[in-house]
Write a protein that binds this ligand. Structure first.
Ligand SMILES: C[S@@+](CC[C@H](N)C(=O)[O-])C[C@H]1O[C@@H](n2cnc3c(N)ncnc32)[C@H](O)[C@@H]1O
Length: 280
């Protein structure tokens, strides 16, 4: 895609440009090969397995903003691969992330996942708009909900496209309104502006923050990964709860350990905030 086209395409999706560079997309996907990322994927996998246990097979799911790693979610994929086969649409706006996604499941261990995945290059809201009403049993969003500016539209569409009892399971990255400047992997800017390392900024609904990734994780002096910056949108817990109520969802919002029964936690003790919405 040439620069002009990217610009037009991203009128409403400022800050996703990094996923449109094949080199940056690849480096980003490699950075995701870290312990925390695997553990979060496992937490999501366990949450999925608990939340879908009473659903009727075959399951129709969508991973929204799927990115490069369908080599996670082992329990869920083995369920999809059991007869009658379920299905997952792996939706991402970036052709490069989807190429990488195919690559990450091309070895023998994961190849059979291709039988149940369709890779779809589309924007999340557009994909949902195009879907038949009440098609989905499950939508998964991992590290992606804050890429969406128009949360109201997302909830509205999900309310239409999920079956009754259908669910959305998403990680919540930044519900704490107190934002630091320095993080392990990245520096955060408040509404586009850098601020001192020892200060915080208080995020409100409607605010955005830019994430600039360091070349070497944990080392702010290593410089920034060139071109790797992304703009994210802050959504407060209050707003999420209000939207859930107005679109007819039951809601769980909190640490995953408060949702998943002890014996299913498998020794994992990491904190991770998640949101589970169930269509009433
Ligand atoms: C931070 S990555 C997370 C990827 C993946 N969910 C994971 O946990 O590894 C965000 C991904 O979402 C995609 N994305 C962000 N906003 C999107 C949108 N509005 N529509 C489609 N894809 C989007 C990006 O291209 C990128 O691959």
């Amino acid at each position: 895609m040439d620069q002009e086209k990217i610009k037009n395409h991203f009128n409403n999706h400022k800050g996703l440009e990094m996923y449109f560079s094949p080199e940056i997309a690849e480096q980003f996907a490699e950075l995701e090969q870290n312990d925390k990322n695997f553990r979060v994927a496992e937490i999501v996998d366990r949450t999925i397995m608990q939340e879908i246990k009473d659903m009727t097979d075959p399951i129709y799911a969508a991973e929204l903003g799927g990115g490069a790693h369908p080599d996670r979610y082992h329990e869920f994929f083995s369920k999809l691969l059991k007869e009658p086969h379920g299905h997952i649409d792996w939706v991402d706006i970036s052709p490069y992330m989807l190429e990488l996604a195919e690559k990450y499941i091309s070895d023998e261990k994961y190849q059979n996942r291709k039988e149940v995945i369709t890779f779809i290059k589309n924007e999340i809201l557009e994909y949902l708009q195009g879907l038949e009403n009440e098609k989905l049993d499950l939508a998964i969003m991992k590290y992606v909900i804050d890429d969406i500016n128009n949360l109201d539209e997302l909830f509205k569409l999900l309310a239409l496209k999920l079956k009754q009892g259908g669910k959305i399971i998403t990680t919540i990255g930044y519900s704490n309104p107190k934002m630091k400047s320095l993080h392990t992997n990245a520096r955060f800017l408040y509404n586009g502006e850098q601020f001192p390392d020892n200060e915080i900024r208080i995020l409100k609904d409607g605010d955005n923050f830019t994430v600039k990734f360091f070349k070497v994780s944990g080392d702010p002096n290593s410089g920034y990964l060139e071109g790797a910056e992304t703009v994210k949108y802050f959504h407060s817990a209050k707003k999420i709860k209000q939207l859930a109520e107005s679109y007819g969802f039951d809601i769980f919002l909190g640490d995953w350990k408060d949702l998943i029964k002890q014996d299913n936690q498998g020794g994992e003790s990491m904190n991770q905030e998640i949101l589970v919405l169930t269509k009433k």
